[in-house]
Design a protein around this ligand. Sequence first.
Ligand SMILES: NC(=O)c1ccc[n+]([C@@H]2O[C@H](COP(=O)([O-])OP(=O)(O)OC[C@H]3O[C@@H](n4cnc5c(N)ncnc54)[C@H](O)[C@@H]3O)[C@@H](O)[C@H]2O)c1
Length: 243
Amino acid sequence: MDIAGKNALVTGAASGIGRATCEAFADKGAAHIHLVDVNAEGLEETARLCRDKGTECTVHVCNVGDLAALEATFADANAATPLDIVYNNAGIVTGAPLFPDGPVSRIEAMTDININAVFAGTRFAIDHMKGRGGVVVNTGSTSYNSTTFPDILYIATKAAVFGFTAACAQLEQSHGVRVCSVLPGLVDTPIVNTTGDGGKADWMERILRDNEALPPSALAAGVVGLVEDDACAGENRVVRAGE
Ligand SMILES: NC(=O)c1ccc[n+]([C@@H]2O[C@H](COP(=O)([O-])OP(=O)(O)OC[C@H]3O[C@@H](n4cnc5c(N)ncnc54)[C@H](O)[C@@H]3O)[C@@H](O)[C@H]2O)c1
């Protein structure tokens, strides 16, 4: 799909990979981007960056883990500008303490935000794109099949996104919507600072010391590539340093 003149909705748009992807969509001439996040201040900054590039933006402060709120956000966005591209990108890490410690509510937050919002966001996208076609990109992670990455809940939620995306390949035929995922390796974004108790976990410090992190712009280029590649239904595409 050619991004020029298209309307997009991006979750997790206030920071990191989401913000960089909004900027990349704007560089490609996107007409309108609906920016979704819980961080109102960050959303305004992303909107400013994209408007400077000539792309219209609407800010939606929304917790994607609240599926009723997410459904309403998709409906509002699509009513304003029919959606062509949806990027389900918002995500969190477990933080300290890691599973199996910590409150059970953390399991709910991880599944609500990292899994359910991706499944539901794909469903809401298809509700609105049906008959017109469109592209959905999800954010997984190269850690989806790791047995050593310390954040067990994170691995498991990203494994769910991997399996979901691969299975959604068939929706191109049945519903005319292409679903794919980007699997980032290590990326230099604020999420790494939420792995510990009020900052970076020691294990994350070690990972950052021993591995090269990509800038968010490299991931944004990967997402643009998936949107533009009409042959990648169901693909989980790795974007990491050294590849
Ligand atoms: N940074 C990495 O190394 C890395 C690696 C693999 C995958 N990822 C994935 O990339 C995606 C983007 O993360 P990032 O690295 O850009 O981190 P980030 O923290 O910069 O961005 C995540 C954004 O999601 C938003 N968000 C969190 N919970 C939300 C909620 N309930 N509702 C709405 N918005 C919410 C945050 O406010 C933030 O703006 C995530 O899915 C993450 O799991 C990141």
